[in-house]
Design a protein around this ligand. Structure first.
Ligand code: FOL
Length: 220
């Protein structure tokens, strides 16, 4: 089984959500989220398109997180979207039912199995087109994060730490020191730039009333 990464923004109390949405609006962090989840970093040369097979990353998310994404940004562009819901009929009356870049899974394990099958062998999205999954990201929410952090296959947590305590009603689970190591600021920044193969803003970032930093936890 291949590994996945968690991407999340949390405040100092690990708050991540409020009333079905994000408790803050951080344009820079949102563009970091879009970049890290979208960017395909092939091991070889130009392999984002090798053999006519387009490589894309997968974003696995819970049903409530899916519903929290503004309709105009849904499904997340240039990414394979996997929605986890216990209801196997969730998409039945929705347009996503027939979208080849959207899939439904009844559990996190089923979602991971599905995505891994498209890593091993490409998925046909149109008669003459195929995609292959590169990286796998778990993008929330609290229920799936709680399950995800427990998994041996979660290799990294990319946590945007907001230097404030904001009103929240959903939270990121405890990150145990015995399971993950918080990389020191400088080391985390180097890891991120290597992971993304491009410059990333380091240190404390200011946006409006907020200060935040991109942090990295790696599984021990
Ligand atoms: N991780 C981080 N670092 N920040 C977040 O805000 C975040 N949010 C989620 C999961 N991980 C995160 C879940 N919530 C969109 C909206 C909500 C959301 C995730 C994504 C969204 O609309 N994304 C668009 C970007 C739109 C824009 O540029 O404003 C996308 O294309 O990714």
């Amino acid at each position: 089984m291949r590994s996945f990464s968690i991407v999340v923004a949390a405040d100092l109390a690990s708050g991540i959500g409020l009333k079905g949405g994000l408790p803050w609006r951080l344009r820079k962090d949102m563009s970091f989220f879009a970049k890290i989840t979208s960017k395909v970093v092939p091991i070889n040369v130009d392999a984002s398109k090798q053999d006519g097979i387009q490589k894309v990353n997968a974003c696995i998310m819970g049903r409530r997180t899916w519903e929290s994404i503004p309709a105009k940004f849904r499904p997340l562009a240039s990414r394979f979207n996997v929605i986890v819901s216990r209801d196997p009929h969730y998409f039945d009356d929705k347009p996503e039912k027939t979208n080849p870049m959207v899939a439904l899974a009844t559990s996190l394990d089923v979602a991971l199995d599905l995505v891994e099958s498209h890593q091993q062998s490409p998925k046909t999205i149109a008669s003459s087109d195929a995609i292959q999954i590169d990286r796998i990201f778990l993008i929330g929410g609290s229920q799936l994060y709680a399950e995800g952090v427990q998994s041996k296959h979660c290799a990294n947590i990319f946590l945007t730490r907001i230097q404030a305590t904001v009103e929240c009603d959903t939270f990121f689970p405890e990150i145990k020191e015995s399971d993950y190591r918080l990389l020191p600021s400088e080391e985390g920044h180097t890891f991120l730039e290597t992971f993304m193969q491009e410059p990333v803003q380091g240190g404390v970032i200011e946006e409006g009333a907020y200060k935040f930093e991109y942090t990295v936890y790696n599984r021990v």
